[in-house]
Ligand binder design. Structure first.
Ligand code: 13P
Ligand code: SF4
Length: 310
């Protein structure tokens, strides 16, 4: 890329020229969030993708998110700035193994967290996100046993909250599993007025000390309306950008990981850069493509989620 290019101006030009919409997740780097037309959590992004009238969807997020947008918009061009932006949680559930697991529980309904591949979605009955999971679970009859995949931490949290009969797939997110309970408690002791706010992909001992648990949008809303002046934020650091923007007088402290070499930035989310975003819009690649039968099978449980969440 020509270093003299003003990437912000170029992206704005390309959006207009190509009738493109830029959808960004809260874990994206601040510059990307600042050029996005819509910033949201996984549910908000899926809903935005479902209703956009743009010709081109540029997804500043990870592969399963762009894939979901493509499933909902087969006729539109869906671009992901870096095709290698995957997700450790989605990777923890390979469809062939999950199919065998599912076969062991023929009476169970499959509710899958949206952080999974199209192959897993095609094997699921309903998709959920961290902001609508309880609602989705409550939508199925009380005596209906459930397979929940792929996140065992979110699954255990939901099992405890809803008291439902659930078997859990043993997957997890690499970012949300590295937080140190001890360091969070030390931080809390140093900042007695601070509220601990955590994403439900965190492990149970962390969630037990949290003052509030929610999706990225949930955490953002809570930090805005809660009177506390300090927050210890137990999720990926990208969310701090909007928290700080919306609440310039409040202090947001990223929760520390369990060792100095670990990092609470998602390495997949952070593969996207403003430069790659510009390049993918200019050259219209990398593009998400999908086999039609897989798309149709994966769309059914997403549609069910969107209906329940409408
Ligand atoms: P939400 O934004 O839906 O809370 O999801 C968090 C996440 O880990 C996305 O990868
Ligand atoms: Fe996947 Fe975790 Fe990164 Fe989200 S934060 S994209 S769940 S690895």
């Amino acid at each position: 890329v020509d270093v003299r290019l003003d990437l912000f101006a170029e992206i704005a030009r390309l959006k207009k020229e190509k009738k493109a919409v830029v959808l960004a997740h809260y874990y994206q780097e601040p510059d990307i969030q600042d050029v996005a037309d819509y910033i949201g959590d996984s549910l908000g992004l899926a809903q935005a993708a479902a209703k956009t009238d743009a010709d081109m969807i540029v997804f500043a997020g990870v592969h399963f998110m762009a894939e979901t947008a493509k499933i909902l918009n087969p006729g539109k061009k869906v671009l992901l700035p870096d095709l290698k932006a995957g997700c450790s949680l989605a990777d923890s559930a390979p469809p062939a193994l999950f199919e065998k697991f599912k076969a062991k529980y023929p009476d169970h309904i499959v509710i899958s967290y949206i952080n999974c591949s199209a192959g897993i979605k095609a094997l699921s009955d309903i998709i959920c996100t961290s902001s609508n999971a309880e609602k989705i679970i409550e939508s199925v009859p009380k005596d209906q046993p459930i397979i929940f995949a792929p996140d065992r931490n979110l699954g255990a949290y939901l099992q405890k909250k809803t008291g439902r009969d659930m078997v859990l797939w043993n997957g997890a997110c690499m970012v949300h599993e590295i937080f140190s309970l001890e360091k969070i408690l030390n931080l809390k002791a140093k900042h007695p007025g601070a509220k601990v706010i955590a994403h439900p992909e965190c492990e149970a001992p962390i969630l037990e000390v949290a003052d509030f648990i929610g999706s990225t949008t949930g955490l953002l809303k809570f930090s805005h309306k809660d009177p506390a002046q300090e927050f210890i934020v137990v999720t990926e650091t990208g969310i701090l950008h909007q928290m700080q923007k919306e609440n310039p007088n409040k202090t947001f402290i990223p929760a520390p990981p369990n060792n100095a070499c670990a990092c609470n930035d998602c390495p997949h989310m952070k593969l996207n850069t403003l430069e790659k975003l510009y390049l993918c819009m200019e050259y219209e690649q990398p593009e998400i493509t999908m086999e039609e039968n897989l798309r149709l099978a994966a769309k059914k449980p997403i549609d069910r989620m969107l209906e329940i969440s409408a």
